[in-house]
Design a protein around this ligand. Sequence first.
Ligand code: SAM
Length: 172
Amino acid sequence: MTGGIEHFFCLLYARRPSSTFFCIVAYYPCPPFVIASQLVGPNGTVIGVDMTDEQLAVARAHVDWHMQRYGYSKPNVTFLKGVIEDLLSVGIQDATVDVCVSNCVLNLSPNKPQVLSEIFRVLKPGGELYFSDVFCDRRLPAALKGDQEVLGECLGGALYIGTLRGREGGRE
Ligand SMILES: C[S@@+](CC[C@H](N)C(=O)[O-])C[C@H]1O[C@@H](n2cnc3c(N)ncnc32)[C@H](O)[C@@H]1O
């Protein structure tokens, strides 16, 4: 099962001036960042985290162009190098984020409970998490789970939908 980012941005029905968004993973100019940057406005903040220098370089290379397009005098997006399992190490403190957005990244983490724990740590009380991802309608064979190419295609680490729903066999 996969959901488009349109789903969670439909839920973000209104502009959120001056909010802090945390977008998991720094694909920029991917739609989550571009839309989040506009939703929070010039005085808001959008933070992205990615573990690769290559992806961060692509992300940072597009910032100025977008800021000019939006008419912002300074960037409201920032990209940090790190892993989403440990957001404190990139300086994201407890209860500082209004909205967390993930588009097809949770499946890539080998430690999903830790990622969710970090998300809930950084969200303010009443903060919101929106995600779309890939899920399986059956348990994957071990050979597929361990295949680096299948993992990289966002399939090997996909969670069994029954686990997400908390039934049909519980945890992975
Ligand atoms: C599928 S893409 C993300 C797609 C993006 N969110 C979008 O909307 O287009 C995968 C990215 O996740 C990053 N990544 C995977 N696991 C990560 C982790 N545990 N911590 C930080 N970045 C990770 C990779 O470096 C890669 O840039």
